[in-house]
Write a protein that binds this ligand. Structure first.
Ligand code: ATP
Ligand code: MG
Length: 509
């Protein structure tokens, strides 16, 4: 196609025209057209399953569109794979980590474009340049480490560094901060602001309203695969954005508890795993939701994992409904009514090669069996119930691998709720979930606690969530219990102060 540079209108950085994409019966995108301008931060928002990640895939050549065209700075483009896109100055950080676990950090950053010395890879230059990129991001990481050994947040920074390793015209970030601590996210905000100053266009996909308000110049809303609107962010407040995404208003509000607490369901005394955390004691009562705040890496997830029987070197004592247990393994603990929803849903939460029905039925199989027979009908019912109550977008017969990121998370939650547990250990339960569904998940948690008398321990880095859902807030700092607040005394400032290790143990009796 020829370049049609009209003098009146500046060229769009990327012009997206009439893009449609179906996955068999699922209409992921339908006739989507809008433009990204040079040097702007453009937020792309929409509910789980709205089509955001699919559009990212189409732009970078990871997914092929059924119809539609793209033009980059006035020239029609069509990439067969992300490497071609990157050669043209387009890079993306995908929602699902896309790294090679058995290669080093430096090798991952330069995949497909290793610096060479003659025929050989110039590993010295590669390592030096990788270090420089990470420093530019303000992130200190040994470039020789294998990616398999990294935490989620570290891997995320490697992905970002990789995207930065070329001259960029367009950078797309698909939920880049969902696994980052506030401090790490802050670093990324400044990187993005700097790129914008250099004239790079940034597409920012996020479910966090405050981020969009702070960063975006322009906002595009997708709903059910269709383009709803593209507007300057100054013309939108949170409520307007939510209404465009969801089609109605939603508030994430704190609901005061009315009923009294029951007996202790989960009691933890002097719990330690050497090197991970030390001397942790708390109770979660019948009907209570206890939030666990703290920085990523403070030991919060390890505490939940230890209670669930995933740590061999556990010291201290645990009681469920007053009966002492020594957690042996996850099966042992789930038989006692304890379930654990891990943070990394892809590794441990769901099995993506199975259907929604099979995933939701899996932990409940025992209950479904009579004389060793599976009851497929019962299993389908379970799955259908969870699908409805969590509004999972997809048929119960769909493979989990075909679902959007947020919908996979909902399957992971539904899978455990179907087992009628006593104690729920939730690690970042709404990570990647859109605002509308987040409020639903919170309602479900309250319902489980209040009506079904469950004890819920919720690890969350989302401060608004901690304050909205918890009855009590524990703060973990460097493997120790730094504070134990009644919700009435918990404020953002106090939690952050305790999490960063400022001051003495607060609030605990
Ligand atoms: N490979 C695939 N096969 C089948 N269906 C797919 C595939 N990829 C995406 N879909 C479907 O396309 C729709 C859009 O998914 P997409 O991942 O683009 O949503 P999203 O807006 O990124 O959502 P989230 O906020 O949850 O990440 C969903 O209904 C999803 O189930
Ligand atoms: Mg997505």
């Amino acid at each position: 196609m020829s370049v049609q540079a009209s003098s009146a209108q500046p060229l769009a950085r990327l012009r997206i025209e009439h893009i449609s994409k179906n996955f068999e019966a699922v209409r992921a995108l339908h006739d989507v057209s809008f433009e990204l301008q040079p040097g702007e931060i453009h937020a792309l928002i929409g509910e789980n399953g709205a089509g955001k990640s699919t559009l990212v895939g189409i732009i970078t050549g990871l997914v092929s569109a059924d119809t539609g065209t793209l033009s980059l700075d006035g020239t029609a483009v069509s990439f067969r794979n992300p490497l071609e896109a990157r050669a043209a100055g387009l890079a993306a950080v995908y929602q699902d980590p896309n790294l090679f676990p058995h290669l080093s950090v430096a090798e991952n950053i330069f995949t497909g474009q290793y610096p060479r010395k003659g025929l050989a890879v110039d590993s010295q230059t590669m390592r030096r340049d990788a270090r420089a990129l990470l420093t530019k991001l303000g992130f200190d990481l040994d470039v020789d480490r294998l990616v398999a050994s990294l935490t989620v947040a570290e891997a995320q920074f490697v992905e970002i560094a990789r995207a930065l390793s070329s001259d960029l015209r367009l950078l797309i970030l698909d939920e880049p901060t969902s696994a980052l601590t506030p401090g790490e996210a802050q670093k990324l905000y400044s990187v993005v602001a700097r790129l914008k100053e250099e004239g790079t266009t940034v597409v920012w996909i996020s479910h966090r309203m405050e981020e969009i308000r702070m960063l975006a110049d322009t906002v595009t809303v997708l709903r059910d695969g269709g383009h709803v609107k593209t507007l300057p962010s100054s013309e939108l407040d949170d409520d307007a954005m939510i209404r465009l995404m969801v089609g109605r208003s939603v508030a994430l509000e704190a609901v005061a508890r009315v009923d009294a607490l029951g007996e202790s369901r989960l009691s933890v005394r002097g719990l330690s795993v050497p090197g991970l955390f030390d001397d942790i004691s708390f109770d979660v009562h019948e009907g209570e939701i206890v939030g666990v705040a703290g920085l990523v890496g403070s030991g919060r997830s390890e505490i939940a994992q230890a209670i669930f029987g995933l740590s061999p070197n556990l010291l201290g004592s645990i009681a469920i409904d007053g009966a002492a247990v020594t957690p042996k393994n996850p099966r042992h603990m789930s038989e006692r009514g304890v379930v654990y929803l891990p943070e990394d849903r892809d590794a441990e939460g769901v099995i993506s090669t199975m259907t929604i029905t099979d995933n939701i039925g899996l932990p409940s199989i025992k209950r479904l069996n009579t004389f060793g027979f599976m009851k497929p009908k019962k299993e389908r019912e379970l799955a259908a119930n969870q699908r409805t109550s969590l509004s999972i977008k997809g048929e119960v017969t769909d493979l989990v691998s075909s679902l959007s990121g947020g919908n996979r998370q909902k399957v992971a939650i539904g899978r455990w709720l179907a087992t009628n547990p006593k104690v729920l250990l939730l690690d970042e339960p709404t990570h990647g979930i859109d605002v509308g569904t987040k409020a639903q998940v919170h309602d479900i948690m309250r319902d489980l606690a209040r009506k079904h008398r469950l004890a819920i321990l919720m690890i969350s880095s989302d401060m608004q969530e901690v304050l909205a859902v918890s009855d009590r807030v524990l703060v973990i700092s460097r493997g120790r219990l730094a504070a134990d607040f009644d919700i009435a005394d918990a404020t953002q400032e106090r939690i952050l102060a305790a999490a960063s290790g400022a001051g003495l143990k607060e609030g605990a009796e």
